[in-house]
Design a binder for this molecule. Sequence first.
Ligand code: IVH
Length: 706
Amino acid sequence: MYNNEQTIALQKKTTEWLASVNATNISGIVKKNTEDLRNCLRFHEYRYYVQNDPLISDFEYDTLYKLLEHFEKGNPDKVTPDSPTQRVGKGLIKDFPKTQHLVPMLSLENSYNADDLHDFDRKARELSGLDEIEYCVEPKFDGASISLVYENDLLSRGVTRGDGEVGDEITLNVKQIKSVPLSAKFSEYGIEQIEIRGEVLMNKNNFKAYNDALIEEGIPPLANPRNAAAGSLRIKDTAEVSKRNLEAFLYHVSYDHATDAQPKIENLKPQTHSGMLEMLWNLGFRSPKNEMKVFKGIDAVIKHVQDFEKVRDNLGYEIDGMVIKVNDLKLQDRLGMTSHHPRWAIAFKFKARQGTSKLLAVEFQVGRTGAVTPVAKIEPVQVGGVTVGSISIHNEEYIKEKDLMLGDTILIERSGDVIPQIVKSFSELRKGDEKKIEFPTHCPVCKSELYKPEEDAVWRCVSLTCPAQIVEGIIHFVSKDAMDIRSFGEANVRKFYEMGLLKSIPDVYNLPYGEIGKLDGFGEKSITKLQQAIEDSKNQSLNRIIYALGIRYVGETTAKTLANAVDHLTDFKNYTEEQLMQLEDVGVKVAKTVYTFFHNADNLLLLQKLEELGVQLKNEKKGTVTDGNLSGLTFLFTGTLSQLKRSDAEALVENNGGKILGAVSSKLNYLVTGENAGSKLEKAKNIPAIHVISEEEFIKMLPISK
Ligand code: IVH
């Protein structure tokens, strides 16, 4: 899209713009050179969203963006439809109008093994009379399909797949996807009108963050990033769509119409699919140009798709297979379509992360906040290499929404490292003996009456003495992401509680080891190990302690924000709700629960006991973090680490003043590689500024190992 010369020129221009932001005659400069400023912003959008390799900081981008926005506000007649400011959400969309696709959006035939692919190749060879066919192979993106139409170089509409013939027009929402250019120079290729197909995705990191936020709100998480992307495209508030950080890959031109004018570039219309992906890339689209590969003959294709399945988890987004396309576009035309799918392409589906099962029973579990959660017991089923036997079904509303009944056949999905979810029930398979799921009226553990505040989605046991809540609270306290007392575990908490050896959180630091030693399975070695792990946890970082306390709505991220605000945990006694809300990302709900927690005498007593027992409530790390020896450096981990857990390694970076980045970009200083490092490593090799180091080298950078 931008060659070296253009890149250097645009970067130089950017520096000039940044230097002149505070000039007295800046409005005059913008007025004279508005398109120049827009071009700089388009260039940086491209570097960030398409190439994943930004050249300026977010702050610098925002500065230039605001400059343009300010000018356009004062000169509304000068705003162009493809100005970078025109992505921004403007209010609510009333309804999505139905629109006919220029060409029906057919789907692909599926294949599952080498035999299927040999069949596909044989048919294509027979029909074409060729001995060997050239194929282009690319990922099958697992998102929501869309089609985009550009007319006279401007994005004129974005449409969902719908029934393949007619879809919903979602142009304003598509404009929120920053990797979709608002204008592209198709005219230089002699094209006046073009329809392009692609897939909208939510990447794994954004999906996890989105689901974590839902869980913290008490809302059931989404089953997979595909549903998240599809749902986001149908939101009527464009500002909300923008927040979802959607991405799009564009991979197919379904229709194009030539201009009368002579095209500028010689021999422009690509002759191959790979050339077409190249063209889209050069026009500023995120096409799978870097992810595709061209092969002669089906055997090489088969090897490639089988190899790719092994590294699918290294990608930042979900794919559910590969798509194999005849590379020669003329040959594609000759092969044509059946009524369902093209004869020139086939999908190779990876092993399913879905499975069907039967809903056998529902148990009701009481969590540490008293929430009563229905858990479905299902016929054990293998999903993505894991046997699933029970699944949380969240709350009453969710059961209604998914129309679940005891005895139903259900579809399960386990997407990446996301906990399994029920996608749907097959109501058409019901025999008539399925039963309604009845919610209990009383706590299944302490039998007190359940309560549901109107604004809440869940029923709760509000008894302060409910054993289930106490036990769950202790399990959470010792868990991996909280105090990380490894050899404790859920089973021991339950056992010690039942035996009366553990009644509350402070008892964790006051265990009668003599008694425990008499129990089956507790030799001297395991006791020492447990004792040591408990002792070590006394010096856990403050953010983990805050998270471990299980304050409602305080997840790991909020716990970090809170920890950074104080020198000692009990300082929160002196915070008002308003002061808490000054902290980053602390809203009304969190402020209320944190305030209430630190103004409750029982909780303060609990903290006092913990401190007396040696748990560090002082913020040891505050102030030292920014000048830690990794201060100012950015890191990213890829592949399987052998000595450190990924989360521990990331915490080490942060505790020493460094920052973890979400993707490989020129902002990255160190890529730490474990075993089977995949695409991140490949990408980093192309950016000379990134130091690619091993886990050992990383450990040597830490202060402890010196
Ligand atoms: S090509 C005329 N390429 O998979 C055929 N489709 O089951 C155009 N998909 O509906 C489709 N990645 O939504 C193509 N690289 C890719 C794809 C892809 C994902 C989706 C697409 C299609 C479905 C087919």
